[in-house]
Design a protein around this ligand. Structure first.
Ligand code: ADP
Ligand code: MG
Length: 229
């Protein structure tokens, strides 16, 4: 089953008189449990595409399907409904809440689901273990290394057991060992839980973890079969 289907999507940004054609007709499908890299130079449209797949934005034309449902014309609040529980996000700058501990950051998305206090505690403990941060539960983001912060963000993205995780340059602010560890954890979670990962990157050390590589250039897919390992 396809988790993501993108059909002939364009996205034009308009700022006053200036039009930027960020995507110029992109089509692709992503199957359940894929571990796929979206690759291309800066400005090629990776973030724009992830935002459309993630229901954070609407295409100028074309269609985006998530789990078979057309989300391209949904209004803001319907898009938020689609995201909740279906899509998790990991960002380049971690985007954790600075005043909350690692535990509380991971628990945040669960507070919106009606999960019981016991259920939440069990889930957060399990996730802390899954990202090797059991002994950092009570640390705030400024008391954690970049790699640890990104691992908290991974656990938070997984909290509600979404089908799809979108990661935009998840290792861009990490040194090589921490970047490698983050990619290893994402790989393990993909294999153990079957959650689909799509990650944008232009780092060759990250691309080598991908099982499939989709290349973007100037808003177009130029290679959709490039195999990672
Ligand atoms: P990438 O993530 O591959 O670097 P982006 O999707 O961020 O590429 O950007 C694609 C193009 O769209 C670039 O030319 C960028 O300057 C432009 N762009 C991105 N976001 C906006 C925006 N909000 N408003 C105007 N132009 C934008
Ligand atoms: Mg980008």
């Amino acid at each position: 089953m396809e988790v993501v289907k993108v059909e002939n999507v364009t996205r034009v940004y308009r700022m006053g008189e200036v039009e930027t054609h960020a995507l110029r007709g992109v089509s692709l499908s992503i199957e359940n449990s894929e571990f796929t890299a979206l690759v291309g130079p800066s400005g090629s449209g990776k973030t724009t595409l992830l935002q459309l797949i993630g229901c954070l934005d609407q295409p100028s034309s074309g269609k985006v399907f998530i789990n078979g449902k057309d989300v391209s014309k949904l209004n803001r609040s319907r898009r938020a409904d689609t995201r909740r529980g279906t899509i998790g996000f990991i960002f380049q700058f971690f985007a954790l809440i600075p005043t909350l501990t690692a535990y509380e950051n991971i628990e945040m998305p669960l507070l919106l689901t009606g999960e019981s206090a016991n259920g939440r505690r069990e889930r957060v403990r399990h996730l802390l273990e899954a990202v090797d941060l059991k002994d950092r539960a009570n640390h705030r983001p400024d008391q954690l290394s970049g790699g640890e912060q990104q691992r908290v963000a991974i656990a938070r993205a997984l909290a509600t057991q979404p089908a799809l995780i979108l990661a935009d340059e998840p290792t861009a602010n990490l040194d090589t060992p921490n970047g490698k560890q983050v990619m290893e954890i994402m790989t393990r979670l993909n294999q153990e839980t079957g959650v689909t990962f799509v990650f944008a990157t232009h780092d060759p050390r990250v691309i080598q973890f991908a099982r499939r590589v989709i290349t973007l250039r100037d808003g177009l897919v130029t290679d959709n079969n490039g195999k990672g390992k």
